[in-house]
Design a protein around this ligand. Structure first.
Ligand SMILES: [Ca+2]
Length: 200
């Protein structure tokens, strides 16, 4: 009677002969044959989802004023409207007669790049917006600071169709454009801006 009791006790405590093996090796790994792991370097020209989640410099504009950076003929810049200035807006663009009819929805943050030309050029500005919609404004303004309220602007071009935008510009002399990338929704998003120039 006592012996039966002791045996029962041992069984309850998981004595090796009775207990189940806790780590049965049925973890079958090594079957990650699905092609999801590769980071295939297809983040080439801004059209992949990898580009949209890419961490780009979101620091505040270095200035002067709202200016994030300069851009030169032949240069391409990948940027984000995240962290940009919120200086330029619908009211200002309206007052400068940017685009016909004037686009709207530009009260959110923008990125501004100065393009300096040293003479006569045909210029094509390309703005790729593979993520959320961004639009391009090109403002002629001979100043270090961003154009502001009530200042006369002689030229303001707007390219704001869905998808990527292209804007042809021209100058017959040394000239400064402020190239502005605006997110139409106001949501921060990545973009790629490039400038091609032909000397005249
Ligand atoms: Ca804006």
């Amino acid at each position: 009677m006592y012996a039966i009791f002791v045996l029962g006790l041992l069984a309850c405590q998981g004595f090796p002969w009775f207990g189940k093996n806790p780590d049965d090796p049925e973890e079958s790994q090594g079957d990650d044959s699905s092609g999801t792991g590769g980071d295939n370097g297809d983040d080439s020209s801004g059209t992949s989802s990898g580009f949209c989640s890419k961490k780009l410099d979101s620091s505040t504009p270095g200035g002067p004023d709202c200016v994030t950076d300069t851009i030169a003929c032949g240069q391409s810049i990948q940027g984000t409207t995240r962290g940009g200035s919120s200086v330029l807006n619908d009211d200002l663009y309206d007052s400068w007669f940017c685009g016909y009819p004037a686009p709207s929805g530009y009260d959110g943050s923008e990125r501004v790049y100065i393009l300096d030309l040293d003479g006569a050029y045909d210029i094509q500005v390309n703005l790729d917006s593979p993520c959320k919609e961004v639009d391009l404004l090109a403002i002629h303004f001979e100043s270090e600071r961003c154009p502001y309220e009530n200042v006369p602007i002689s030229e303001c071009e707007a390219a704001w169709k869905d998808g990527s935008d292209h804007q042809m510009l021209y100058t017959d002399r040394a000239y400064r454009f402020f190239l502005v990338v605006e997110s139409r929704s106001g949501d921060p998003t990545n973009f790629e801006l490039s400038v091609d120039c032909t000397a005249l």
